[in-house]
Design a protein around this ligand. Sequence first.
Ligand code: ADP
Length: 415
Amino acid sequence: MDVSAPLSLVTDDAFREIFQSMSEGILMVDESGKIVVANPIAEQIFGYEKNELTGVSLENLLPERYRGRHINFRKGFNEHPEPRRMGFGRDLTALRKDGVEFPVEISLSYTKVKGKLLVMSFISDISQRKKAEEALKRSEEQLIVYAAELEKKVQSRTEALHKTIQKLENEITERKRAEEEARGALEKERELNELKTKFVSIASHEFRTPLSAVLSSASLINQYNERGEKDKVDKHVQRIKSSVNHLTSILNDFLSLGKLEEGVIDINKEQLVLKDFIDSINEEMSPLLKQGQRLDIEFAPGTEVYADSRILRNILFNLITNASKYSPEHETILLKFEKQNGELIFSVQDEGIGIPDEDQRHLFERFFRASNSGNIQGTGLGLNIVKRYAELLGGTISFKSSYGKGSTFTVTIPI
Ligand code: ADP
């Protein structure tokens, strides 16, 4: 085949030079699809020897599956030739002489030589670029995987951190609670010690008077007995009784307070016939009242209550003792009981010395004694105990008092 003839179609020397040295492969194809001329790069891309491509049908450079379609495409181009890129937006595949397929990019142009259409294909082998693109894509994918892994790791570390922080916070809270508990226990112990010290000093002071009264009355009884003075004997027996009562009540208070402080008082509720309960209180308390004093008791007969009789008794014992102690002889103490809306309301009313206004707000404080209590014996514990007993039963205590006229203490307890 005369190879110089087709090449001679490229008339201009400079153009020939460009054609030969272009870095893109160039194929010139005639209207029938035969390659008229190929530049060295085109030969190299497709794996052909020098000039071997001349006369080869263009479709031979395509994988078989595209050939039919390509013939139609070429015809279409021949009818309306215009310079453009081929296969825009999709990958084009070409076939090397050794049968290996490879990706290409192709631009088309055309020219007319001596009235005949010559189509020019500019071909770049983009295998390297594709490989690079794929490598990039792969590393991008790897990067995404790595980022996801990293995110997971960060997430799990964050969770672990949160857990550690939470654990630390819990530990701190627990430690604080333990510290507070310890502080509370210490405070309680300090209070108890203080209380014990005060008990001892009160006991030694409060016990002395009734004990010496007992002693002197006992020796006087001896004398009056020998002389047969019965009235005086009775009087001193009474004195001994009241001193012993006083001692008993102080001891009771100490005992109650001790138990309240330790929180060891159990509540034992039982069904009580109010009348029986009141009778027993009356029987127990009347002999302890001052000369001529008596209990006047109001209640609805037939009433029953569900309550702790031992605690109720302690409350009443204290309030009645006070009413008696802070009233003159021959006074009546009024006791009222009523059941209302599931509550037991009872009051102890006296017409005694009353409580000065300025002292009233301190009345339930431990060891508090009103300024007018003078030399009437007492420890200032009873009302504090009564209040705590009432609260233990879920109830309340209140009072009304006017100085010099008398006082009324009212307890309300749910039953
Ligand atoms: P105590 O009688 O042993 O002193 P309480 O705690 O029972 O202690 O009473 C506290 C104080 O309240 C008494 O010291 C007294 O001043 C005053 N008080 C209590 N009850 C009455 C009452 N019925 N009338 C007048 N004052 C009272």
